[in-house]
Design a protein. Structure first.
Length: 313
């Protein structure tokens, strides 16, 4: 099918009707348009704006011409690279790929609250739609997310014990500095080519009754057990973590990921488990703050480095 927006003038705004829903939450741009993607002013302007953003000359997300966003999406024909919750666009001249994410109603809140952080996904630009929604053009992670690593044993083994704790630290640092709250989950934490942590900037929390620290606790348990929440992994099925570890008498120690089980000393493991269970405490007032998470995890990481050199304290 061809996109109606692609058949309009190069500078016409994109419309929600030009999007195809592939999940209940996030639509992506349809493929299959036969548009001529030759250079024009909009594409050239958009590329220069994006180039400055990549060089970090501009800190805040910049408004991009709609025809440049069409150009990005029309230049990635590899279906295997499409994600279920966003579209992956490409600029062959810049030789870079980008996530193109549809945001229905929180765009201005996301853009206004966005503050660059070393462990937060970069938002390079945005394109307004006619219905007050927007498309955000953001940093692409070729290695995928933490969830994609925990999905099966073949990829999970690549995350050693030290790396898993570093993911916890980096994510906690983002929680400590970002407002409004983020909905933290393993599917919203990306990994760069060198496995550095990047929290998705569009993962705003909308659930009632839970907070970012509670979601963070689930992420910690996933990294400790190597299993995804609610039986999301292919080979490790542990159900709902809150129910399993607060209502059934089961303990995390019995469910540790065998790939890192021997990497934890008793003292380090005890601290990690205590912190994770504290995060999912049913009483929000008894959960640790983001500051306490960063402080405690940084201390644990320093002890792990000492242990790795053979000097356990």
């Amino acid at each position: 099918m061809t996109m109606k927006a692609f058949q309009n003038s190069p500078t016409s705004p994109l419309e929600l009707s030009d999007l195809m829903i592939l999940s209940p939450v996030v639509p992506i741009l349809e493929k299959g348009s036969n548009v001529d993607s030759s250079e024009n002013d909009g594409i050239s302007t958009g590329r220069e704006i994006l180039k400055l953003a990549l060089q970090q000359t501009t800190k805040k997300p910049q408004l991009l011409p709609s025809d440049y966003v069409r150009y990005l999406c029309d230049n990635n024909n590899d279906e295997s690279q499409q994600e279920k919750n966003c579209y992956i666009g490409k600029d062959p001249v810049l030789n870079r790929q980008f996530y193109v994410v549809y945001i229905s109603n929180d765009t201005h809140k996301i853009l206004e609250s966005y503050v660059p952080h070393p462990n937060l996904q970069r938002i390079y630009g945005y394109c307004d739609l006619k219905n007050d929604s927007s498309l955000l053009i953001s940093e692409y992670f070729r290695n995928g997310t933490v969830a994609s690593f925990l999905l099966n044993a073949r990829r999970r083994v690549q995350l050693n014990a030290q790396r898993r704790v570093q993911i916890m630290i980096d994510t906690a640092r983002v929680l400590h500095t970002q407002q409004p709250s983020l909905h933290i989950s393993s599917s919203c934490v990306g990994l760069t080519s060198v496995l550095s942590t990047k929290v998705f900037a569009t993962s705003s929390s909308t659930d009632q009754g839970d907070d970012d620290v509670s979601y963070f606790g689930i992420l910690m348990i996933e990294l400790l057990t190597g299993a995804l929440q609610n039986n999301g992994s292919e080979d490790r099925k542990l159900g709902d973590f809150r129910h399993r570890y607060t209502n059934t008498g089961r303990i995390i120690e019995d469910d540790l990921d065998p790939y890192v089980r021997e990497s934890w000393t008793f003292n380090i493991l005890s601290q990690l488990i205590e912190l994770a269970l504290g995060c999912i405490n049913e009483d929000p007032t008894k959960r640790p703050s983001a500051y306490n998470l960063v402080d405690t995890l940084t201390f644990i990481s320093s002890r792990m480095q000492v242990v790795s050199y053979g000097f356990d304290m």
